[in-house]
Design a protein around this ligand. Structure first.
Ligand code: LLP
Length: 417
């Protein structure tokens, strides 16, 4: 459920027509619905209301400060994967005791910053990382809370680039090796083993991979508890999918039901790291049609947004809905929606039946709130686009369009060139 809806023929975000935002800030721009963000967090949280739980929104999906602040205001914590994400979490006043730190390549400096900040726990992905965290914590006179990210070898049945819980993935520690590594962790003086962690992939649209993973993880938690480990947290990662096209992912309530059932009696606080399901359908990318070109083999709708602004179609071949901001025409064409970048991979949609757009029309790329702006770049020296948040009838610019000066910030021309 989201708050992007047509009123007559105009596409609105909450109480604001997208065409009015375009008139105000120009195109392209990202727009997020505050009510949708709040609703998604509440839906997830209320699904787990009956069990101890902590929602650590995965910052990588959309890391704008205003989005993060919205979640902090609803008592969420964060899943971070870099010093930069820790910095963002601190900027919005997140309680450090609600921060978990994931990722295969944490540097010593990042580990030190997270320890100084007082985060809840590190989700550790290798033996060497255990040693490193122990050493850094020792130097700082701190004790580091840790969970081991266990790789349960479950096929999440999603795109290979975003499936992470199989044996051949770089992520986590294989479940068969986990017990040994927990024993090693327990022997290290500056670590406190408090959790078990697992994240098997992203954009999961079925419950069965979650069920399979939980069954394996449950056994491990029980073994550890029998050995006297004080496992207080079970972090089940993120991964719940959304509807981009016709997928029918489980609702947070369905997801909660199998998880609560599968973890019954473990006596742990459940931790979740949802990203996409919180923000994906809370955002759109609005763009203007520059040219319509009727080719011999294909039609092209050339727009002012490109693969540098939204890279998912180019990178994963993924589907993003294309909607007319003014749907008064019912004529359609089959076309590719492409950007101005000098690559054939620069498309937002391919061979798609869409509105017969004309030059100057606005179109909205749907489901762009997750992994949209955060994966954008300056390729082709294109300025990154503004981000707008709508709350009721309020339009708030939460990130300005970059200037040409922003593009060259930090560059220099050494003398004598
Ligand atoms: N926790 C960990 C350890 C993760 O690696 C991820 C995502 C999440 C949580 C959040 O997963 P989510 O709930 O959003 O599925 N760029 C790709 C997605 C990459 C996901 C990376 N990890 C895309 O655009 O589809």
């Amino acid at each position: 459920m989201n708050y992007f809806q047509y009123r007559d023929n105009d596409l609105f975000c909450e109480d604001v027509a997208l065409k009015d935002i375009a008139a105000q800030v120009g195109t392209p721009f990202y727009v997020y619905s505050h009510a949708t963000l709040s609703r998604h967090l509440e839906a997830f949280s209320s699904a787990f209301a009956d069990v101890p739980h902590l929602i650590c929104y995965s910052i990588k999906a959309n890391s704008n400060l205003a989005v993060l602040k919205t979640f902090v205001s609803h008592n969420a914590g964060f899943d971070i994967v870099s010093g930069g994400e820790l910095f963002r979490a601190q900027q919005v006043g997140c309680d450090p005791a609600k921060i978990v730190y994931s990722g295969v390549g944490k540097t010593e400096a990042e580990i030190a910053d997270a320890l100084q900040a007082g985060i809840l726990m590190f989700n550790v992905e290798s033996r060497q990382e255990l040693d490193t965290i122990n050493a850094v914590a020792g130097r700082l006179g701190k004790k580091a809370g840790i969970a081991i990210r266990v790789n349960p070898d479950v096929d999440p049945q999603t795109h290979p680039y975003i499936s992470t819980g199989m044996k051949k993935a770089k992520f986590g520690i294989n479940i068969s090796q986990a017990l040994d590594d927990y024993r090693l962790a327990a022997s290290l003086p500056n670590l406190e083993v408090i959790g078990v962690d697992c994240h098997i992939g992203s954009q999961l649209t079925k419950l069965s991979p979650f069920v399979d993973a939980i069954a394996k993880i449950r056994e491990l938690v029980q073994t550890l508890q029998n050995e006297g480990f004080g496992i207080k947290y079970l972090d089940l990662g993120g991964g719940l999918g959304i509807t981009y096209e016709e997928e029918e992912p489980p609702s947070p309530a369905d997801y909660a039901e199998v998880i609560i059932e599968g973890t019954k009696g473990l006596g742990v606080t459940l931790v979740f790291e949802p990203g996409r399901v919180m923000v994906g359908n809370a955002g759109m990318l609005v763009s203007k049609v520059l040219y319509v070109k009727e080719g011999e083999a294909k039609n092209f709708v050339i727009v002012d947004a490109a693969m540098n602004d939204l890279t998912r179609p180019a990178l994963y071949g993924s589907y993003q809905g294309i909607q007319a901001v003014d749907r008064s025409t019912s004529d359609t064409i089959v076309a590719d929606v492409v950007g101005p970048i000098c690559e054939s991979g620069d498309f937002l949609a391919q061979d798609r039946e869409i509105t017969a757009f004309s030059q100057g029309d606005l179109l909205a790329v749907a489901s762009a709130g997750a992994y949209g702006f955060t994966m954008s770049s300056n390729y082709n020296s294109r300025r990154r686009v503004p981000e707008i948040m709508v709350k009721g009838d309020q339009v708030m610019v939460i990130r300005k369009r970059e200037t040409y000066d922003d593009l060259i910030k930090g560059e220099s021309i050494p003398e004598g060139l």
